[in-house]
Design a protein around this ligand. Structure first.
Ligand SMILES: [Zn+2]
Length: 74
């Protein structure tokens, strides 16, 4: 079993644990056929960027919380 990224015709991106030779799965969001995304660097770059962005926002928020002695809901 291996983790693969699948994309359906509606643009949903999902990661699934599947057999090595699995090429298609059913999209959990819309039940359409989702095909395997092979080594898509764009998606990886985007998720990396958004992870960094999130980390930066979180950092800012933590500083704010400490300063004001409160905890904000995320
Ligand atoms: Zn879908």
């Amino acid at each position: 079993m291996i983790m693969h990224t699948f994309s359906c015709s509606n643009g949903h991106i999902n990661e699934k644990l599947v057999k090595m030779d699995t090429k298609e799965v059913e999209c959990p969001d819309c039940d359409q056929i989702a095909t395997k995304v092979i080594g898509c660097p764009k998606i990886k770059t985007d998720s990396w960027k958004s992870t960094r962005k999130w980390a930066k926002q979180r950092e800012t928020q933590v500083k704010y919380e400490r300063k004001h002695g409160i905890t904000l809901q995320t």
